[in-house]
Design a protein around this ligand. Structure first.
Ligand code: HEM
Length: 314
């Protein structure tokens, strides 16, 4: 019987493969055996579909709790996508305008999706079901989303994450531990009457605070605000993209999110308490926190109107 001919293209590929494995002291033939016996890749294995769909474990039997869990998971995946981009921007040597803008565009696109989809939380669940199943979730809160904080650390200096009203009390803005103590979400989740940290905050800090401190130190000279000042100061194109990011992350998403708190927690004779224990009407509105990643890119008037109706574009 005639031997099958190896076409030149295939022979060339085999040669390259042989070289690749030889460099590592590996035998190509064994790897080809592996290829022969391995199964074909499937879509469901590749994206771990069965695992993904097994990750929702409601605490109650109210069907809408599924929506609540899945939407949080979707948001965390978007946060992950945003962080992947921010990691690449801050790790890049010799950063240029094109790369910076392309990656910021990706971040802004993800945030816009999150803002636009938040109605799933506001209109997409039965209020009665929500108010019941949330009682089984105490004291957990989206407040404990570490990725949300990590995005903030990648975006700006620690001092810009102190609520505006507390900033004057910080003696040394370069002392990471002093600033860390005053981050807006740490003071926001403190019970006013007693000055004690909420349990939600205590648990969050126990798990993540050391990690946050390390990240803050490592990003001190290369967060986006620093990169802007170092490489792109005054560049209008970059300024537009950074302002868009600030608007989405610090006004539009927070307002979309706040609408859900208002929808579920505000209507009863006595306002319903937040699961994380904050005074959410004071804590959530961006016009009170005034967290701004890139304060130098906004005029005094824009900062004064931060989060107010005049600020919001249609
Ligand atoms: C019905 C839907 C929701 C309601 C009623 C709600 C309510 C609240 C409230 C009251 C707070 C203040 C902290 C507290 O006391 O618990 C909060 C914080 C927070 N929630 Fe939600 N939330 C909802 C959905 C979500 C979703 C889907 C996410 C996505 C991960 C999320 C992420 C956050 C974050 C990141 C914070 C902290 C915000 C900050 O520190 O400025 N929430 N939420």
């Amino acid at each position: 019987m005639e031997e099958p001919k190896v076409n030149p293209e295939l022979a060339e590929q085999l040669k390259k493969l042989q070289e690749k494995y030889a460099v590592m002291g590996q035998d190509l033939s064994s790897y080809l055996d592996g290829l022969l016996y391995s199964d074909y890749l499937t879509y469901w294995d590749y994206i771990h579909l069965d695992t993904l769909l097994s990750l929702q474990n409601p605490k109650t039997s109210f069907p809408d709790e599924h929506i609540f869990i899945i939407y949080h998971q979707i948001t965390e995946l978007y946060f992950r996508l945003i962080i992947l981009e921010l990691e690449q921007i801050t790790a890049k040597e010799n950063i240029d305008e094109k790369f910076f803008i392309e990656r910021l565009d990706r971040v802004n696109r993800y945030f816009a999706h999150l803002e636009n989809s938040f109605d799933i939380m506001v209109k997409g669940m039965e209020r009665d079901q929500f108010l019941k199943f949330r009682m089984s979730l105490l004291p957990a809160s989206g407040f404990q989303s570490a990725q949300y904080r990590i995005i903030e650390f990648y975006a700006t200096d620690f001092i810009n994450l102190v609520a505006e009203k507390d900033r004057a009390a910080v003696q040394n803005g370069n002392n990471i531990d002093e600033v860390l103590l005053n981050l807006y979400w740490r003071s926001g989740a403190t019970e006013l009457a007693t000055g004690k940290k909420t349990l939600t905050l205590q648990q969050f800090e126990k798990k993540y605070l050391d990690q946050f401190r390390e990240l803050g130190i490592s990003l001190a000279t290369k967060n986006l605000n620093q990169l802007y000042k170092k490489y792109f100061s005054g560049n209008q194109n970059i300024i537009e993209h950074l302002r868009e990011f600030d608007t989405l992350a610090n006004v539009l998403w927070p307002l979309a999110h706040m609408k859900s708190a208002a929808h579920y927690l505000e209507k009863d004779p006595e306002d319903i308490k937040a699961t994380g224990g904050t005074n959410w009407q004071k804590y959530l509105p961006p016009r009170f926190q005034k967290i701004i990643f890139f304060p130098e890119l906004w005029s005094g008037q824009e900062k004064a109107e931060w989060g107010k109706a005049a600020f919001i574009r249609k």
